[in-house]
Design a protein. Structure first.
Length: 216
């Protein structure tokens, strides 16, 4: 007579982990720290509930054929997108790109590569001119990249140049609005910690005021 071992007799998938967390630790608070220094609070009951809602929507077909993944313009972008397209069962209508690399190096390379790799709309789902960026290993800072507010303004101007590369680029989402009182790992804000307007804000305002003329 066979006996089950101590291991589970089902695939260890994310929803199984969420089922366990919901059952055993449903009311346990989850605190997530955002890059801008703010926090978001929830619990495992809410996480499991929202995950099931998202799964139901996807099974009904919403979004699946419309929106592809967000990708970062790093060296692995091209190979990742090619693999993604190979596995995707639908042809995406919208692709998301976080093009911080092109934006802050004042280049167009990665954005043009993404346009060549894909079809449909391309959205800049996150972009912005950096003032400072810190990389951590645990609580230790391993690398600091210091730019300047003037650089952030130039990078913001360059975003609009990138957006004019193709009519397929339909939306641009800048990150972020106001710097936190204490900057931890990221600052690409249009306003300082006390709400003072930065040069990038003035650049943004001028470019938006130009409307369709900005691509001519």
């Amino acid at each position: 007579m066979g006996m089950l071992g101590a291991m589970q007799d089902f695939p260890l998938r994310i929803m199984r982990i969420l089922d366990h967390a919901e059952r055993e630790h449903g009311a346990r608070e989850i605190v997530a720290a955002r890059a801008d220094g703010t926090t978001y609070r929830t619990d495992w009951l809410r996480v499991a509930h929202d995950s099931r809602r998202l799964a139901r929507v996807c099974r009904q077909g919403a979004f699946v054929s419309d929106i592809a993944a967000d990708v970062l313009d790093t060296s692995g972008m091209v190979s990742w997108v090619k693999r993604f397209r190979g596995y995707a069962r639908h042809r995406p209508k919208i692709w998301g790109l976080h093009n911080y690399g092109d934006t802050n190096r004042l280049r167009t390379d990665a954005t043009l590569r993404m346009l060549r790799l894909t079809s449909g709309q391309l959205w800049f789902t996150e972009t912005g001119g950096l003032v400072v960026r810190r990389e951590y290993k645990g609580s230790k800072v391993t690398r600091v990249q210091r730019y300047s507010q003037r650089h952030a303004a130039r990078a913001t101007k360059h975003v609009f140049k990138l957006a004019c590369l193709s009519p397929r680029i339909r939306r641009v989402y800048f990150y972020h609005w106001q710097a936190p009182p204490i900057v931890t790992n990221w600052d690409s804000a249009f306003l300082g910690p006390k709400g003072r307007v930065r040069p990038a804000y003035r650049t943004l305002k001028r470019r938006l005021a130009a409307g369709a003329q900005r691509c001519r």
